[in-house]
Each structure stands twice: as structure tokens, then as C-alpha cells.
Design a protein around this ligand. Structure first.
Ligand code: 5AD
Ligand code: FES
Length: 349
């Protein structure tokens, strides 16, 4: 097995490693500074010091699904449910626009109340009022026809993490009615329709092994998404996984750096989950290769209710406070927020 620095060099040059080499890198003990430096160099080559911001609007926490890890699963009877009205959603966009956001991410549980018709009406209204903005949806698994309808209404990006690319592991995180096959079908449909697609997975979720992570990387190589969102799994007290430990910040950072070297052009968010497990989690994420932050634009009174995992940060702050806070954090990490739409860069053909 090549030494640590040889693995880094090979990964940088070839954007790939064998399964055995990935395993060695993922399971290695010892500091990752050399890996982070290589990832930061690559990110600066392609994106400079730019960090893109996406305004996250969590518009419903009703969900028909029952994923074992998630705090807003349908069987969590103690979750207090809410839905934003179209007017509230538009108000969040207006506020976001004033704060410099040019991408809005509408995220929610799989809420049957938001029929295709209702989603399309909201998307069309945002599209009409903010023609210079990207509209991102993150509302789960739908039919190809629904995805097409949202796209025709003006949505241009879609976030749907695959969560785990291992068939067996998928079955341990989800009830039988959900399947990895359908999740993948959704992602390929979204790409074919013409969306810019974001996928990703949780790090350190219950039953995850190094082999699962290697399968995640292989699946991403197949999908070639524009964005890859990863964050540590964080325990939620009111789920079947309440007694499992949270994932680790260290492994998440290591994977971010590996992703930057494998997918030099990808948009990689420094996630809220990373910021929840470590006070400087997002700054560390950026130094390991992340180049996107997604501050919350949801109304302050519902933020605590979008309770995917315990101790989620930014639930007491106003949108402007999160915007300002991140400005400082990004600067302190040595980067710069840019308020452009921020498409993923492409390789010169
Ligand atoms: N810990 C960390 N991330 C979680 N998500 C859901 N539940 C948890 C949890 N307990 C992530 C999933 C989902 C995204 C919106 O939040 O990856 O795709
Ligand atoms: Fe929300 Fe820091 S980003 S308070």
C-alpha cells in the first residue's frame, strides 16, 4: 500500500483510487492536514476563494415517510407540525433577495398537502418575481412527470441525497416501503430532465461501514452530480436510532477532502450538521474543500420545528443574523462570500 502522501498525490492526479486505497485512506489513523491542504489547493485552482450562499427555506415539516434517522418522520408524534403559506414563502424570498441571495432552496418533508399543482404555483410565482435567481427544490421522491412539471414551472435545481448507496445499508436506515432503486431512479430522472442535481449522504449513520462509504463514492462517480452534500449523522432523541452515537467531524472532513479531489468541479456545502457537531465545523469544512454555505431563511418562529436532529444550530437567529454570522465565518476561514447564482464550474472541453 502506498504511503499517505503518495495516496494523496495519486488521488489529486487521477481523481480516483482503487477500493483498497480508498479503504486505507478512510480508515487511516493520524492527522489529515496534508489531505486538507491538497483539497484546498485544488479548490482554489478551480473556485479561487469564492464561497456561494444558498438561502434555505424549510417550508413544511409534515412527512409521509418514516426514515429511522430523521426527527420529522411520520411516527414522531411529539413533532409539532407546520406549513408555510405561499405568502410566507415569498416573504422569505424577498428578505433573502435583499440580503444578497440569488438561490432559494425550498426544502420540506414529503408532504402530500403540497400537490404538484401547489408546488408549481409557488415555483411559478417565485420565477416571475425573481427572474435572476435559481430555484432549488428539495422535496423528496416524486414521479418523473412531477419533476418535469416543477421544471417547466421554473425550478432549475434539485437536492436529493441518496443517503447510502449500499442496498443492504439502505434497508437498515429505511422501512421496506422505501427503496434505493427508486431513489436512484429519481436522481437519474432529474438529471435527464435538465436539473442541476445535488446528492449526498450522511457520515457515520448507524450500521455504516467503510465499504458503504466506498459504494457512496462509486455511485457519485456514476451520477456525476453538480453538488454533493455530506454531513455527520446526528442522533435525534425521538427516533428508533436514539441510542446510536452521532457520526464524527473528523471522518466528515476527511470525506469532504476526498470528494474535492475526486470531483474537483463539484459544489460542496459546509453543512449545518457539521456546524452543529463542532463550533467551527463549517470553517473546518471549507478548509477541507467545501465551497457552499446554506444559511437559513425560514421564519424564526418555525425554525426549531424543522427538527431533523438534536441541537440543530441557527434556530434562534433571524435570517440577517445568519447571513452576517456566515460572512464572518467564511472570512475567518480565509474565503469570500459571493452573491452570484453560483453554478458549478465545468471542465474546459
Ligand atoms: N442527522 C444528520 N442528517 C440528517 N438528515 C436527516 N436526518 C438526519 C440526522 N439525524 C439529512 C438527510 C436528508 C437531509 C435533508 O438531512 O441526509 O437528506
Ligand atoms: Fe446561523 Fe451562524 S449561521 S447563526
Amino acid at each position: 500500500m502506498p504511503a499517505f502522501c503518495e495516496l494523496i498525490e495519486k488521488l489529486s492526479a487521477e481523481r480516483n483510487l482503487t477500493d483498497e486505497e480508498l479503504k486505507a485512506l478512510l480508515e487511516r489513523e493520524g492527522p489529515d492536514d496534508a489531505l486538507f491542504e491538497a483539497a484546498d489547493r485544488r479548490r482554489r485552482e478551480i473556485y479561487g476563494d469564492e464561497v456561494y450562499i444558498r438561502g434555505l427555506i424549510e417550508f413544511t415539516n409534515y412527512c409521509r415517510n418514516n426514515c429511522y434517522y430523521c426527527g420529522i418522520r411520520r411516527d414522531n408524534r411529539s413533532a409539532e407540525r407546520y406549513r408555510l403559506t405561499p405568502e410566507q414563502i415569498l416573504f422569505c424570498c424577498e428578505e433573502g433577495y435583499r440580503l444578497g441571495f440569488r438561490t432559494f432552496v425550498l426544502q420540506g418533508g414529503e408532504d402530500p398537502y403540497f400537490t404538484d399543482e401547489r408546488v408549481c404555483a409557488i415555483v411559478s410565482e417565485i420565477r416571475a418575481r425573481f427572474p435572476d435567481c435559481a430555484i432549488t427544490l428539495s422535496i423528496g421522491e416524486k414521479s418523473r412527470e412531477s419533476y418535469q412539471a416543477f421544471f417547466d414551472a421554473g425550478a432549475n435545481r434539485y437536492l436529493l441525497r441518496h443517503e447510502t448507496a449500499s442496498e443492504q445499508h439502505y434497508g437498515k436506515l429505511h422501512p421496506a416501503e422505501l427503496s434505493l432503486a427508486n431513489r436512484k431512479r429519481c436522481l437519474f430522472d432529474l438529471k435527464e430532465i435538465g436539473y442541476q442535481v445535488g446528492s449526498g449522504f450522511m457520515v457515520g449513520s448507524p450500521y455504516q461501514t467503510t465499504d458503504c462509504l466506498i459504494e457512496d463514492l462509486r455511485f457519485l462517480q456514476q451520477l456525476q452530480p453538480d453538488m454533493i452534500g455530506i454531513g455527520p449523522y446526528i442522533t435525534h432523541r425521538e427516533t428508533p436510532f436514539a441510542s446510536f452515537p452521532s457520526g464524527s467531524v473528523e471522518l466528515t472532513l476527511r470525506l469532504l477532502a476526498i470528494l474535492r479531489l475526486m470531483f474537483p468541479y463539484a459544489l460542496l456545502p459546509a453543512t449545518t450538521a457539521l456546524g452543529t457537531l463542532h463550533p467551527q465545523g463549517r470553517e473546518l469544512g471549507m478548509k477541507a474543500g467545501a465551497n457552499v454555505v446554506m444559511p437559513n431563511l425560514s421564519p424564526t418562529d418555525v425554525r426549531k420545528l424543522y427538527d431533523l436532529y438534536d441541537n440543530k444550530i441557527c434556530t434562534g437567529e433571524e435570517s440577517a443574523q445568519c447571513r452576517g454570522c456566515l460572512e464572518q465565518r467564511v472570512r475567518s476561514a480565509g474565503y469570500r462570500i459571493v452573491t452570484a447564482v453560483g453554478n458549478a464550474r465545468r471542465e474546459q472541453p
